[in-house]
Design a protein around this ligand. Structure first.
Ligand code: GCO
Ligand code: MG
Length: 405
């Protein structure tokens, strides 16, 4: 019996923030779910799916995951890019979900089975000042986390990436008609960050795993200097030190510091990272399942990285849906060179729409044993939260020049 795709529906919902979800239904009544969310550009992916992929999906053989991936990647001519790759990523996730449900197995079993019992998670701590940041770290530790990303305010700046001015989690996307403009001052940041991170390490002791995200703000020279000044802090990694479109620039950073480097949350194919990996200019590759064209492509990126002892550490912010998180956990459980999974967490409203089977306990994640990806979407609940316009901020330097956010 051929299992064909009979329906492909795109759902845009906003339970506290926007998510784009693909639903595939097969001729024998199976349903597969995929995440297609690109923060701040949600409707572009929804249109790419609805207007361009859905017409070609209906009637296709639902069993042919790899062939469908190749069909949409090679068949598009204008290939790569975040919008197209997220759309392919959603199709790919949904097809793995269907294959798992058809087999009665969790997707990690289809990927070769578990190579570990559970996946180490890291979460975020945020504070405007050092005492606030330390309080936030203490809360995260009390929740069981063993690895925490620490971000703090910078004296002289009143908005800083990763830092919340209100209690609770940090959410960069602002709802409204246009992006918020933030100010950035690299000198102020470089004067402040080393001392701040050293103080955090002294306060928390040697065992807690600490990470820090620079969010694409530095030149290679500045990044080398920062890395060197942080070597005694024992960071698990320093993330996104440069914008990294130019992969070869990371060579300069490597020449100056042995601080572990992580990069890649905005990459979408191996072609964004092949030199970084093959020259071992990074230690961790951060692509998310959705933005990297799904499980099928990220699996290949990770296999390539394994050859060079580069590890995977998938992006897991609040702006990819729990379907992506589940897919990441299935891949993570079955892939030897996954080091850690980001788990920023979600607003409770998100779980009114997305019912998840994955578990977080004692600082570790597990995808669960339900067939497929193990996430169900409540379409009625989704309909209660219509799309709302939202943007990520933009950044300018103190003289008003546009800067990478
Ligand atoms: C991270 C990221 C996010 C991004 C966000 C943009 O490391 O988790 O940097 O916080 O800023 O995903 O949409
Ligand atoms: Mg990041």
């Amino acid at each position: 019996m051929t299992r064909t795709i009979t329906h492909a529906d795109v759902i845009v919902t906003s339970p506290s923030r926007n998510f784009v979800t693909l639903k595939l239904t097969t001729s024998d009544g199976l349903v597969g779910w995929g995440d297609a969310t690109v923060n701040g550009r949600e409707l572009a992916v929804a249109s790419y799916l609805r207007d361009h992929l859905v017409p070609a999906l209906v009637g296709r053989d639902a069993e042919k995951i790899e062939d469908t991936w190749q069909y949409f990647y090679r068949g598009v001519y204008w290939r790569r890019g975040p919008i197209g790759m997220a759309a392919i990523g959603a199709v790919d996730m949904a097809l793995w979900d269907i294959k798992g449900k058809a087999a009665g197995m969790p997707v990690y079993q289809l990927l070769g089975g578990a190579v570990r019992d559970k996946i180490l998670a890291y979460t975020h701590a945020t504070g405007w000042t050092l005492p606030e940041l330390l309080d936030s770290v203490a809360v995260r530790r009390a929740e069981g986390f063993r690895a925490v990303r620490v971000q703090s305010g910078v004296p002289g700046l009143d908005t800083v990436y990763g830092v919340s001015r209100t209690p609770g989690g940090y959410e960069p996307a602002g709802r409204g008609a246009g992006p918020v403009e933030e100010r950035w001052d690299t000198s102020a940041y470089l004067r402040h960050a080393p001392e701040l991170l050293r103080s955090v390490r002294e306060a928390v002791g040697p065992e807690l795993t600490l990470l820090h995200d620079v969010h694409h703000r530095l030149t290679p020279t500045e990044a080398g200097r920062l890395g060197r000044s942080l070597e005694d802090v024992d960071l698990f990694w320093l993330e996104d030190v440069t914008p990294a479109e130019n992969q070869t620039l990371l060579r300069a950073v490597r020449q100056h510091t042995t601080v572990p480097l992580a990069i890649g949350e905005v990459f979408n194919t191996i072609w964004d990272a092949h030199e970084l990996i093959s020259e071992r200019l990074i230690d961790y590759i951060r692509m998310a399942v959705v933005h990297a064209g799904g499980i099928s492509h990220l699996r290949k990126v990770l296999a390539f990285a394994e050859v060079y002892q580069v590890k995977g550490a998938p992006h897991g912010p609040s702006d990819v849906s729990p379907i992506n998180m589940a897919a990441s956990l299935h891949l993570g459980l079955a892939t030897t060179n996954i080091a850690i999974q980001e788990h920023m967490g979600y607003d409770p409203l998100v779980f009114e729409v997305f019912h998840v089977g994955y578990q977080l306990a004692d600082g570790y994640l597990h995808p669960g044993e339900a067939p497929g990806l193990g996430v169900d979407v409540d379409e009625k609940a989704a309909a209660h939260f219509p799309y709302r316009q939202a943007y990520l901020p933009v950044a300018r330097t103190l003289d008003g020049t546009m800067k990478d956010w």
